[in-house]
Design a protein around this ligand. Structure first.
Ligand code: AP5
Ligand code: MG
Length: 196
């Protein structure tokens, strides 16, 4: 199964992606975690993106796309993937779709984790992951999400592939809801394939 998770900063994408990956035997690919690893290891990519991540701005599309291409193709051959944090814009989604379709590894289901603004701010400022979790940067990350990423929901809704889950509940309840919705969606996908 090939999935992606859309949610605001602090919505619980990382928390839930780990559970989904384990339950369905998928590879968890977090663009943010991969980018942060580059910064930590001071790679050439890391040096070129540190200022974007620290400021809460999006890293240039080409860097993210190049970084994910190989792991996505590899995971697709090994049972599937759950992408967490990618795509972040309609442009990224469209470019990724064109590449992925060519390679037969395109996403099958998009999941939206919905959480209210106050709860997001509470979670993020409580975590303190460094510069990117400072109060002003958190505010900026939420603005970037609203302006650049929210339009993605319409993009996937139009393609009838969007599952929405209430992410403000306890982590266990969110996980249970996700697994139930994704099991249904997976079964429907198999039916569609059988009827094609
Ligand atoms: P990224 O790492 O994707 O950060 P983000 O979207 O800001 O989200 P977070 O990872 O902070 O939150 P999350 O939704 O994973 O929540 P989590 O499970 O941690 O991106 C970081 C940066 O990288 C970006 O700003 C950008 O610069 C760059 N980047 C990444 N992808 C990119 C792309 N595609 N294009 C361009 N640039 C890109 O949970 C948050 C906290 O809440 C935790 O403390 C957790 O324990 C707690 N929590 C989780 N669930 C619950 C719950 N149900 N109840 C209570 N607490 C909970
Ligand atoms: Mg995360």
């Amino acid at each position: 199964m090939r999935l992606l998770l859309i949610g605001a900063p602090g919505a619980g994408k990382g928390t839930q992606a780990v559970r989904i990956a384990e339950h369905f035997g998928l590879k968890h690919l977090s663009s943010g975690d991969l980018l942060r690893a580059h910064v930590r290891n001071e790679t050439a990519i890391g040096r070129s993106i540190k200022s974007f991540v620290d400021a809460g701005d999006l890293v240039p599309d080409a860097i993210v796309m190049d970084m994910l291409r190989k792991p996505v193709v590899q995971a697709s051959a090994e049972g599937g993937y759950i992408l967490d944090g990618f795509p972040r814009t309609v442009d990224q989604a469209h470019s990724a779709y064109l590449v992925a379709r060519e390679l037969q590894v395109q996403v099958q289901i998009a999941v939206h984790l919905k959480v209210g603004q106050d709860e997001l701010i509470r979670r993020l400022t409580a975590r303190g992951r460094g510069a990117e979790d400072g109060p002003e940067i958190v505010k900026h990350r939420l603005e970037v999400y609203a302006s650049k990423t929210v339009p993605l929901l319409g993009y996937y809704l139009e393609r009838e592939r969007l599952v929405s889950i209430d992410g403000s509940q306890s982590p266990d309840k969110v996980g249970d809801d996700l697994i139930e919705a994704l099991t249904e969606a997976r079964d429907r996908l198999h039916l569609d394939a059988a009827n094609a």
